[in-house]
Design a protein around this ligand. Structure first.
Ligand SMILES: Cc1ncc(C[n+]2csc(CCOP(=O)(O)OP(=O)(O)O)c2C)c(N)n1
Ligand SMILES: CC(=O)[C@@H](O)[C@H](O)COP(=O)(O)O
Ligand SMILES: [Mg+2]
Length: 644
């Protein structure tokens, strides 16, 4: 690496687009892959982001682009968090150091970004379905500007734990058309993968019939029978020999090839060339890889370098966050542990996000009461419903964006049956570098419209402690509380939570002319805005709603009665808290008196990745925005206009 950690990459420098790879022989392609790995490490060291998964597919990306003809052939990366090497090979190297930044490259595949990203992703396990769609579009003469060639899904072993992957294979196996799936098996999800499938894949790798091939996977070519050692014949024979009957994938209608060493370019090129020339139906290539491959700090870390803040390439040391306040996630986990210490019925569920949700801490303390169900939000929700029906007190800790996948289960299995599942909804609101796909924008709307739900949001981390205690006590129906990514505001913390009266908000600051009603963690900005307004002679009340359902009727009607204008703010899309407040006010006739009302919700766009602060600016939710909205409601010229 050079001083600025820019690696020396003479062959990669000759590659702008995948067609440039055609100039290289196999030995040179190996070198391209090595250089690609260094470039990926270098780029992520300055941007932060998903490192380990990309390092594990450097050879697969190089081999796929060398053998197939993209963008006519469609490579669909599942989740897309491993696609940085693919981006470098597909015309985006000059922008690779803008990954996940405002105005920069997305950290996932994105159709708008490049014709080499035929399908956008970020949520897992969609690749085989999408590839099956491309496959049938090809068969039916679909109109695609780049043409329609092979459809190739690259899916990880973690993503293979989701039902959707099997729904897709079940369908593709039935359609019997040519489709290529590469199972990138690195024995890791974000955390070590769980479940019977993971054990099954391990058996495929370790089982007796594969011993020779396993040796081959480690590069011991001399251990292979002679035909495997010879050029084209070798490739053909290798594929033939690796295909064995009886795997789960074959039962689903796929030809199974493997396991192969996903870092061995010879094997990859041989297998892919053979599949390209010979496949006439669905094929699954099982490639064994290593997450974090080739970068010791990633390989040796427990998460194999899954996601990294900016880091020093030489030491692997990451840049620390400046805040001293605890993260909401940690506060949630610690509060739940406290409640569980007093209540043996409390248990917790995560869908493959033990660290992200803080449930790794809960699992350490209560291993028998914590369940990682894999990337299976749908199952996780219904499993929680079953636990609740069986008299347990389940807390399903799921990111807002991923709970979308379990929505029918929330409605059908939880809400309609009135089962007391507690949803701890992390990453509510705008999350920053992961961008639009990971924004928690919709949960307020999609939960408040369900009869019988209690829906809460803490304004700070101390309130979160109380809401965990509150949820623990709600036994007569489902409940949810949402909190954002990142650190709290640094308030004093209670030792243990005290349940809050259901459906009761609180006045934080009294005023007379204007009221700001905040739901969730925009309370601090609301108070700051009120102070600005006070200095301008606009006496401002601030209220913390705490509940979006049931609403605090008394509080809301009082705010409407006693103020000239009401600003309502929430970090979510239209249709949530503000809509319910306005519905109440309209129903009660409180709008007939001329109350001036201004809801502040996310704009009707998907907001691209940026710093959380910048995303809040785009969303129009800063202190300044609240002040301007209040002035607008009162018909007072904005501060900006006055200054001008
Ligand atoms: C529906 C959904 N749930 C959870 C996640 C969070 N998530 C992102 S990557 C990942 C692990 C994926 O594991 P695998 O497919 O094996 O890829 P690897 O990182 O090992 O390369 C998870 C759980 C997600 N993206 N989508
Ligand atoms: C790719 C993916 O979905 C996750 O890795 C996600 O990026 C995690 O986000 P957090 O960093 O907020 O846990
Ligand atoms: Mg994996």
């Amino acid at each position: 690496m050079t001083d600025a950690h820019r690696p020396v990459t003479p062959l990669l420098d000759k590659v702008t687009y995948p067609s440039d790879l055609k100039q290289f022989n196999d030995r040179e392609l190996r070198q391209v892959a090595d250089e690609l790995r260094l470039e990926t490490i270098s780029a992520v060291s300055v941007t932060g982001g998903h490192l380990g998964a990309g390092l594990g597919v450097v050879e697969i990306a190089t081999a796929l682009h060398a053998v197939f003809d993209t963008p006519r052939d469609k490579i669909i990366w599942d989740v897309g968090h491993q696609c940085y090497p693919h981006k470098i090979l597909t015309g985006r190297r000059d922008r690779i150091r803008t990954l996940r930044m405002g105005g920069g490259l997305s950290g996932f595949t994105k159709r708008k970004e490049s014709t080499y990203d035929p399908f956008g992703a970020a949520h897992s396990s969609t690749s085989i379905s999408a590839a099956t769609g491309f496959m049938m579009a090809r068969e039916l003469g679909g109109n695609c500007p780049e043409g329609l060639g092979d459809a190739i899904a690259v899916i990880g072993d973690g993503s293979m734990t989701a039902g959707m992957a099997y729904e897709a294979m079940n369908h593709a196996g039935h359609l019997k058309k040519r489709l290529i799936v590469i199972l990138n098996d690195n024995k890791m999800s974000i955390a070590p993968p769980v479940g019977a499938l993971s054990e099954y894949l391990t058996r495929l790798y370790a089982g007796e019939p594969f011993h020779d091939l396993k040796a081959a996977a480690k590069g011991a070519v001399s251990l292979l029978p002679p035909p495997f050692r010879e050029g084209a014949k070798r490739a053909k024979e290798m594929v033939k020999s690796m295909t064995v009957g009886g795997t789960l994938f074959e039962e689903l209608g796929f030809s199974y090839i493997g396991p192969i060493d996903g870092h061995d370019m010879d094997q990859l090129l041989a297998v892919l060339r053979t599949v390209k020339t010979r496949a006439d139906g669905p094929v699954l290539i099982h490639a064994i890889t290593k997450k974090g491959k080739g970068y010791a700090p990633a390989e040796h870390s427990p998460d194999k370098g899954h996601a990294r803040a900016k880091f020093d390439v030489v030491t692997g040391e990451q840049k620390k966050s400046a805040s001293n306040a605890p993260s909401y996630t940690k506060v949630f986990a610690q509060s739940l542990i406290k409640e569980a210490e007093h209540d043996p019925q409390i248990c917790a569920i995560t869908a493959a996000m033990p660290d992200g949700t803080g449930l790794n801490l809960f699992a350490e303390r209560f291993p028998n009461r914590c369940f990682d169900v894999g990337i299976a939000e749908q199952h996780g929700v219904t499993f929680a419903a079953g636990l609740a029906a069986g008299g347990m007190k389940p807390f399903a800790a799921i990111y807002s964006t991923f709970l979308q996948r379990g929505y029918d289960q929330v409605v059908h299995d939880v809400a309609i049956q009135g089962l007391p599942v507690r949803f701890a909804i992390d990453r509510a609101g705008l999350v920053g570098a992961d961008g639009a796909t990971h924004a928690g924008s919709f949960d307020i709307a999609y939960l408040t419209n369900l009869p019988g739900f209690t829906v809460m949001a803490p304004a700070d981390e101390a309130e979160l402690v109380h809401m965990v205690a509150t949820a623990a006590q709600i036994d007569d129906g489902p409940s949810a509380f949402r909190f954002p990514r990142g650190e709290g505001v640094g308030v004093d913390m209670p030792e243990r939570g005290t349940p809050i009266e259901i459906g009761k908000g609180r006045i934080v600051k009294e005023g007379t002319k204007l009221a700001i009603l905040s739901y969730g963690t925009r309370l601090a900005e609301s108070v700051a805005a009120a102070e600005v307004l006070d200095t301008r002679g606009i006496s401002t009340t601030v209220a913390d709603a705490r509940f979006a359902k049931p609403l605090d009727h008394d509080l809301i009607l009082r705010l409407a009665r006693e103020h000239e204008a009401l600003v309502i703010i929430e970090e979510g899309a239209v249709g949530g808290f503000s809509s319910h407040v306005m519905h109440l006010l309209a129903t009660e006739g409180a709008l007939d008196t001329g109350l001036k009302i201004r809801p502040m919700v996310f704009p009707d766009i998907f907001i691209d990745q940026d710093s959380p602060a910048n995303m809040m600016k785009v969303a129009g939710m800063t202190t300044d925005h609240i002040v301007q909205k209040a002035l607008d409601a009162l018909g007072i010229a904005s501060l900006d206009a006055q200054r001008a």
